[in-house]
Design a protein around this ligand. Structure first.
Ligand SMILES: [Zn+2]
Length: 90
């Protein structure tokens, strides 16, 4: 018997206490908020993969930056989901 739903579950969060603003490159440690992203994806082989990602939003402290807050990127996980979402090959 197989249960329905994702068969692979990955939990992730960034280990660093700082994140770098993608616009100006200044790092910030002031956390604005936290939220959880759930990325669901069908991986090769037809297996459902669920990625539960705890992401933080930081304030950008640079006065010359137009971006006031930014969400951190988790290397390997947010990349992974973005890349997979764009490539639909069979
Ligand atoms: Zn910035």
């Amino acid at each position: 018997m197989f249960s329905r739903g994702p068969s692979v579950r990955i939990e992730g969060s960034a280990k660093a206490d700082k994140a770098v603003c993608p616009d100006c490159g200044v790092s910030s440690a002031r956390v604005h908020s936290r939220y959880q992203r759930r990325l669901c994806d069908a991986a090769a082989g037809g297996q459902e993969v669920l990625v539960e990602l705890r992401v933080r939003r930081f304030f950008c402290d640079s006065s010359c930056c137009e971006r006031k807050t930014f969400a951190e990127q988790v290397p390997g996980l947010t990349d992974f989901a973005t890349r997979r979402g764009h490539t639909r090959s069979r």
